[in-house]
Design a protein around this ligand. Structure first.
Ligand code: SF4
Ligand code: SF4
Length: 84
């Protein structure tokens, strides 16, 4: 089981990520009922954000705690996707 993350753990982490996400304060944010957290592997890209008008992810506590160093997860995909 080492290295395999259970779906329950992922779900719990997802809730933690969206609760700490600062995307709604970002200049690129488009309000359409999404919860942010686009950096996290279980969350799809945004269905609403298409214009990259700045990204504040590098200052987000989620990015800092996971060591994520990418940007524009809402348009480019999760950290896992961008690392491919
Ligand atoms: S790093 Fe960006 S996408 Fe991820 S939770 Fe923080 S603000 Fe949201
Ligand atoms: S992922 Fe980055 S660019 Fe997209 S809404 Fe969040 S902070 Fe803004």
């Amino acid at each position: 089981m080492a290295g395999v993350m259970s779906s329950e753990l992922l779900k719990a982490q997802e809730e933690n990520v969206t609760s700490m996400c600062i995307c709604p304060d970002c200049p690129s944010w488009v309000e359409c009922g999404e919860k942010g957290g686009f950096c996290f592997e279980t969350i799809e890209k945004s269905r609403c954000i298409s214009e990259e008008n700045g990204c504040i992810c590098l200052g987000c506590p989620v990015a800092i705690s996971f060591g994520f160093e990418y940007m524009y997860y809402c348009t480019k995909g999760s950290a896992k996707e961008q690392s491919k």
